[in-house]
Design a protein. Structure first.
Lengths: 179, 411
């Protein structure tokens, strides 16, 4: 392990989606785990090239959607049926069709809010600073350049070998990142 | 990922001895047997029953073809790329629309009197609607709908076919692509108006006192849902017949499955919206629709539809794994098509015998004629579909967005 004390990781720049797709496959096959790819627009299939596992998000959303759905229909039944019983439009106190709009919207609301904030948490957001922001080249990640960064904490990380791997995969620029 | 690597599919003609090549014959047999039995009865004493069965079958299958036209209009207008590999199957669906103009003739000229009570009944409510539900105007409107759908469907099909043979003439091809997009943008407006009014004129007016402002959307929802189920199955049939075995991937089936899933929700949303407002307002002319469907056995279908046409397919198709598995997705598509027919049956049939001579309480009594009518009209549709599909390549090989579709991937 030839790591410097103030080294966060290595940043590599690629010129096009094709190049980064191939590079990601190589980094994946080399067995790295603590790394990420940053692209200016969605590159289809990049998750496969990176070997990412399926996200946990759908299960979290499903759970909270079912919870929100159950909660709201029970709440409406309780509120309209017993806690505050008023007859509306001559309908029975427990009128399931009348509950459906709010019931449905609550299911959607619980699912969406859960999806939104779970997405933040799973992605480690909010994150006001990132070591890659120290790189001048990285500014073009929102424009026309594609980047891979490998963190020094990765068990496979070796400054020279990692740099060589990224370079060999077609990087046009390799930089060291400080925290 | 690089577009130079993309290989265009070569298995793009219907193999002569495959199942797909036999569609015209198969559809023809169904058509002759089904329509023969149904329309034969229409000249006997069972005329009313036969005509209602025929209307049910006509509207069920027309909905599929109209759903295909709707998808094409949206697809071209939004310049969608993902679906170019399956688009010829959709264009062929829409290209059958001129045949529906012929299939409509028995409704307009044989069963008009039996089907539509406003054609001969008089009361205070109908007097107010007489200017709209006047036979002359009704026929004129019907001709307009059929003409618009036939013209749009055939234009989109024939223009796409014309592109196939243009080779490297990119200027002409691009001119056609832009022309199609312009026609489709305007076509969406025409489609929306004619489909809504068509549903009102041919289905809603079966119960002429009743009205529902969302009815046109209901018919659209039913149709586009059935269409996506149909095109999913047709794509599977094509692949098993040896057409585009590698070009159409799990990614495309996944997207088709998403549309079946999404429009299942859309259908339920519209159906419930129609129900809840009528239920809440509780006005006699409006509640009539659900009253007749809550007795005489129809209540089982009324309660069954939300469960079997929404909750079951919703939960079934929710999982990504189901949409990406062809067998499971195929089961969902067949299920959706069957429930689509039940839905249309529930819309049309309770009106049989509800008016005029032989008046009786509408009760659920399936007849052999319902079945023969359905296979008859569906047979005509399949036969024409098969003939049109065989005539051309099974993919828009020269489409500028074909490459995008070939490498399409979901996240």
């Amino acid at each position: 392990m030839s790591t410097k004390s103030n080294l966060w990781g290595v940043l590599a720049q690629y010129e096009n989606p094709h190049a980064i797709y191939k590079a990601c496959e190589q980094v994946r096959d080399a067995g790295y785990e603590q790394w990420d790819a940053c692209v200016p627009f969605p590159v289809h299939g990049l998750d496969k090239a990176m070997g990412l596992k399926a996200s946990k998000l759908p299960w979290i959303v499903l759970t909270m959607g079912i919870f929100g759905s159950a909660f709201m229909v029970l709440f409406e039944s309780w509120a309209m049926g017993s806690a505050y019983p008023i007859i509306v439009g001559g309908k029975p106190l427990f009128s399931l069709p009348a509950f459906v709009p709010v019931w449905y919207e609550a299911t959607v609301l619980f699912s969406c809010v859960t999806a939104f904030f779970s997405n933040w948490i799973l992605n480690g957001l909010p994150r006001p600073h990132h070591p890659a922001f120290g790189s001048k080249a990285f500014e073009r990640v929102t424009d026309d350049k594609f980047f891979i960064m490998v963190e020094a904490t990765d068990p496979k990380f070796d400054l020279e070998k990692t740099k060589a791997l990224l370079q060999g995969a077609g990087a046009t620029l390799v930089e060291e990142l400080e925290p | 990922m690089s577009h130079s690597e993309i290989k265009k599919p070569e298995d793009i003609t219907v193999p002569p001895s495959s199942f797909l090549a036999k569609l015209p014959m198969l559809g023809g047999i169904l058509a002759v047997a089904g329509l023969g039995a149904t329309l034969g009865s229409a000249f006997g004493e069972n005329k009313g029953r036969a005509m209602f069965a025929y209307l049910f079958a006509f509207e069920s299958v027309l909905a599929i073809a109209l759903g295909g036209l709707g998808w094409l209009l949206l697809d071209h207008t939004t310049r969608a790329g993902w679906g170019v590999v399956v688009r010829r199957f959709v264009e062929t669906t829409a290209a059958t629309l001129p045949v529906f103009a012929l299939l409509w003739l028995p409704i307009g000229f044989l069963g008009f009197h039996e089907l539509y009570p406003w054609s001969h009944e008089h009361d205070a409510i109908l007097a107010k609607k007489a200017w709209f539900l006047a036979p002359g105007l009704w026929y004129a409107r019907s001709f307009i709908y059929l003409a618009v759908w036939s013209a749009l469907g055939w234009f989109l099909y024939s223009t796409s076919v014309k592109q196939d043979s243009l080779g490297d003439n990119h200027a002409e091809r691009d001119r056609l692509v832009h022309l199609v997009r312009k026609v489709c943008a305007g076509g969406i407006f025409l489609y929306g108006v004619t489909l809504s009014f068509g549903a009102v004129d041919w289905l809603m007016s079966l119960q002429p006192h009743w009205y529902s402002t969302i009815f046109g959307v209901y018919y659209f929802a039913a149709g586009i849902l059935a269409f996506f189920a149909f095109v999913t199955l047709m794509t599977m049939v094509a692949q098993s017949s040896g057409v585009m075995k590698t070009a159409i991937t799990t990614e495309h089936f996944h997207d088709l499955g998403k549309f079946v899933f999404g429009y299942t929700i859309f259908w339920a949303y519209i159906a419930f919206s129609q129900f809840v407002l009528i239920w809440y307002a509780n006005i006699p002319e409006e509640t009539e629709f659900f009253m007749v469907r809550m007795e005489g056995g129809w209540q089982y279908i009324s309660y069954g539809l939300p469960v079997l046409h929404f909750f079951v397919p919703f939960l079934y198709l929710l999982s990504r794994k189901v949409k990406r598995n062809r067998t499971l997705l195929g089961v969902g598509a067949v299920w959706t098509l069957v429930m689509h027919c039940v839905d249309l049956y529930w819309l049309v049939m309770p009106n049989y015998g509800a008016h005029g001579e032989g008046h009786h309480e509408p009760h659920l009594s399936p007849s052999f004629l319902d079945f023969t009518a359905l296979i008859g009209v569906f047979g005509v549709f399949l036969a024409v579909y098969g003939v049109l599909l065989k005539r051309n390549k099974t993919v828009a090989i020269n489409d500028p967005r074909l490459d995008e579709s070939l490498v399409h991937e979901n996240y």
